[in-house]
Design a protein around this ligand. Structure first.
Ligand SMILES: Nc1ncnc2c1ncn2[C@@H]1O[C@H](COP(=O)(O)OP(=O)(O)OP(=O)(O)O)[C@@H](O)[C@H]1O
Ligand SMILES: [Mg+2]
Length: 132
């Protein structure tokens, strides 16, 4: 089974000339819980944005479950969920509607039962009708 996330020789130099990522290599297995820690400006957001396809790395490769994140970007994006710290889609929208909306962003059909199960697994069922 390929790693859920594999990063090889990843570099990012911003247009300003600042090198935010310097030869990052990383392998995470499915089911592993992984935290990225570092001081302000260390490059955490740049790395996460690169993995999610929000920022284009300057060089190197990113694979998700064996799929290259550039060549197979559709498959890769279907497998990644990003929960930003501060931004929400609509702060008055219910939790269950927000989760449902994000499926649509990746071309997935609405699936009420699946969402109910995920919220149950995450102990969030009792909050599903709350606003963000
Ligand atoms: N668009 C940009 N153009 C130029 N430099 C940038 C840009 N975005 C980030 N940087 C620089 O790249 C470095 C890494 O920034 P990044 O936001 O990835 O760090 P971080 O680890 O997420 O920091 P924080 O803990 O403050 O969230 C910083 O020095 C930052 O100033
Ligand atoms: Mg950050």
């Amino acid at each position: 089974m390929p790693p859920i996330l594999e990063i090889k020789n990843l570099n990012k130099t911003y247009k300003s000339g600042f090198k935010a990522l310097d030869d990052i290599n990383l392998e995470i297995q499915e089911g592993e819980i992984f935290a990225i820690l570092g001081p302000n400006g260390a490059g955490k957001t740049t790395l996460i944005s690169s993995i999610c396809g929000i920022t284009n790395p300057s060089s190197g490769t990113i694979s998700v479950k064996g799929f290259d994140h550039t060549e197979n970007y559709r498959e890769v994006r279907k497998m990644i969920g990003l929960v930003p710290q501060e931004l929400t889609t609509d702060m008055f929208e219910k939790v269950v509607d927000t989760v449902n909306f994000s499926r649509g962003l990746f071309g997935l059909q609405s699936n009420k039962l699946y969402i109910e199960r995920i919220l149950e697994d995450l102990s969030l069922s009792d909050k599903k009708k709350y606003s963000n």
